[in-house]
Write a protein that binds this ligand. Structure first.
Ligand code: ADP
Ligand code: ASP
Ligand code: MG
Length: 288
């Protein structure tokens, strides 16, 4: 089996999600699909939290926009009879999100716990919706699987949970949210740090001894530099875990730095591939 991770830009629009659906439905072997929140949504959720803390009704306007954005995607990509059931399941999350902002407004202060709760809705919404868009996919709730302490994965507890859930799954496509977790001590909702969906995917790949980890993003592979800053950047066809780790540590955000170690330890190859250019070879990261 393989683990496929799709980042925010890969799941941000209807057209992008059509690519994701195509890629996942054309896999030959069973896959676990790890998804980020819709592109830009985590920042938007934080912005609304700051407004709510100032009692600014702008927070509710943002909740309305978030509701519209997700609903439009569902109405376009979920077929016939399934749409009503899907909208009902997702509506419960919109309702909870709105209540979370009401609580922040009432307290007129924004705690770390509040912030961790509201940002979690990004991946909770995207993972549920994407599991409904992809044919024959099964949804897994990351909040029941991924455990963390201070934004670092609690590997022991998490591996036990993975073995008891995804490890027993006999279907072809499992879908779960990246980034989000529950704190091992407080049991509160938490996360693995900004950009952490890559790390979720690596933890799952390692626990399940996956054949490979594929990071699907918006560039043709791991490049010599950030192509947004350096127009002469070129794709690196093959690199070692160590080379990738060094570049990630220096800020190459194409892969979140803590991602490399869990898969390198198990010698699981990492592919970096472009959701918008499936034909491109991408980058292969291995031991040699
Ligand atoms: P995702 O939403 O898929 O997680 P990110 O925005 O986190 O995507 O990472 C992809 C982005 O990383 C690219 O669009 C690119 O601008 C940036 N980037 C920075 N350094 C590199 C690099 N060395 N190679 C490729 N992309 C890089
Ligand atoms: N949605 C989270 C973020 O924007 C995690 C991720 O995209 O990997 O940081
Ligand atoms: Mg990323």
């Amino acid at each position: 089996m393989k683990v496929l991770k799709f980042g925010g830009t890969s799941v941000g629009t209807v057209d992008a999600l059509r690519n994701v659906k195509y890629i996942v439905e054309h896999q030959q072997e069973p896959v676990v699909v790890v998804v980020s929140a819709l592109g830009g949504l985590t920042d938007t959720l934080i912005e609304a939290a700051n407004l709510a803390a100032k009692n600014d009704i702008g927070a509710y306007r943002i909740v309305q926009d978030i509701t519209t954005r997700h609903s439009e995607i569902m109405n376009t990509l979920i077929e016939g009879e399934q749409i009503d059931d899907a909208l009902n399941r997702v509506r419960a999350l919109f309702y909870e999100l709105s209540n979370a902002y009401t609580d922040i407004s009432r307290n007129e202060e924004l705690t770390e716990a509040d912030l961790e709760e509201v940002v979690s809705y990004g991946e909770r919404l995207s993972s549920l919706i994407i599991s409904l868009i992809i044919n024959d996919a099964t949804y897994f709730n990351s909040l029941e699987i991924i455990r963390s302490n201070n934004h670092e994965c609690d590997i022991e507890a998490t591996n036990t949970n993975i073995a008891n859930t995804l490890g027993k799954f006999k279907g072809k496509v499992a879908v779960m949210g990246g980034f989000i977790s529950r704190d091992s001590n407080s049991r509160r909702i938490s996360n693995l740090g900004r950009g952490g969906s890559d790390y979720t995917a690596a933890i799952v790949a390692s626990a399940l001894n996956a054949d490979s980890l594929e990071i699907w993003t918006d560039v043709d592979g791991f490049m010599t530099a950030d192509p947004k800053k350096d127009p002469n950047a070129t794709v690196i066809r093959q690199m070692t875990y160590q080379q990738a780790q060094e570049m990630c540590d220096k800020g190459a955000k194409v892969i979140y730095a803590p991602t490399i170690k869990p898969v390198a330890e198990k010698n699981i190859p990492i592919w970096v591939k472009n959701t918008f250019n499936r034909g491109a070879v991408g980058t292969l990261i291995t031991n040699d």
